[in-house]
Design a protein around this ligand. Structure first.
Ligand SMILES: NC(=O)c1ccc[n+]([C@@H]2O[C@H](COP(=O)([O-])OP(=O)(O)OC[C@H]3O[C@@H](n4cnc5c(N)ncnc54)[C@H](OP(=O)(O)O)[C@@H]3O)[C@@H](O)[C@H]2O)c1
Length: 253
């Protein structure tokens, strides 16, 4: 039987890297992309099923070029996992337009560029899964998140919209909403992260959700995400009060 293939962006570190190793260990072909070629090569050298395809997702034409290369090598692509993201907590407190544009360029438009690169392939193939990695920060507004949270909210809305559009072609759109996972991204946080989990934990949950289940959203750990989901249904006044208390938010005079 031919091996199945997954393309993972954001594969050089963190959640993307752990998921690449998980799928490779399960016998899949794995194509990994990110900007740091050295890191991709290192991962590939240690896992024979993993092949590096360096890419900056902000470059639209490169996204198409790289996907062509992946298709030429593997022929059938079963799952795409688009997980590039950036977060700079120190710059999220104020409205820094250049910073917010940069966050949207990678988190939102970078993800969109890769979805566009695979759109025709999947709509013609009439099967497969496109995964958008969002965050619990996209559920509702949080303090000190002027770029990251809004970029993830936009991805949530996009994923729901594409669910209908790709669904007509029998292509599954899947949204991943991780809680706090220990990665180079969260190592920058200077607050205590509740229910912090490892990348291996995240990879297990995502693998199970993508391969064994059919749900639209994969979210974990449930002890955190269920509470946040309940909060997200509350009227704004109650939401602001509870989240303000939980995050020790203080009004500036
Ligand atoms: N860790 C968490 O707690 C958490 C929680 C919720 C959601 N998430 C989301 O999960 C995803 C993975 O995050 P992570 O925590 O694993 O962080 P990470 O280790 O910093 O991974 C981010 C990945 O994105 C890649 N990347 C960034 N800009 C890129 C660009 N322009 N082109 C191509 N690749 C780019 C990075 O590789 P290069 O620098 O080599 O390009 C890296 O592989 C992100 O979308 C993040 O928002 C994480």
């Amino acid at each position: 039987m031919n091996k199945k293939t997954i393309w993972i962006t954001g594969g050089s570190t963190g959640i993307g890297k752990a998921l690449a190793v998980k799928f490779a260990n399960e016998g899949w072909n794995v194509a990994i992309s990110a900007r740091r070629e050295g890191l991709l090569n290192e991962i590939s050298d240690n896992h024979e099923n993993i092949t590096p395809f360096p890419l900056d997702v902000t470059d639209k034409s490169k996204c198409k070029e790289v996907f062509e290369k992946i298709k030429n090598k593997f022929e059938n692509i079963d799952i795409c996992f688009f997980s590039t993201g950036t977060w700079n907590p120190k710059k999220e407190r104020d409205i820094d337009i250049e910073q917010i544009e940069e966050v949207f360029k990678i988190n939102f438009f970078g993800t969109l560029n890769t979805i566009k690169a695979v759109e025709e392939y999947f709509k013609t193939r009439k099967s497969g899964t496109i995964t958008i990695v969002s965050s619990i920060a996209g559920y509702r507004g949080l303090p000190n998140s002027t770029g990251y949270g809004p970029s993830k909210s936009a991805l949530n809305n996009l994923a729901e919209s594409l669910y209908f559009d790709f669904g007509r072609s029998n292509v599954r759109i899947c949204l991943v909403s991780p809680g706090f996972i220990k990665t180079p991204m969260t190592d920058k946080n200077d607050f205590k992260m509740p229910f912090l989990k490892t990348t291996e934990y995240a990879a297990e949950k995502i693998y199970d959700g993508l391969v064994n289940k059919k749900t639209f959203e994969i979210h974990f750990p449930k002890s955190l995400t269920i509470v946040l989901k309940i909060l997200s249904f509350l009227p704004s006044k109650i939401y602001f009060g509870l989240v303000g208390k939980l995050t020790k938010y203080q009004k500036k005079d």
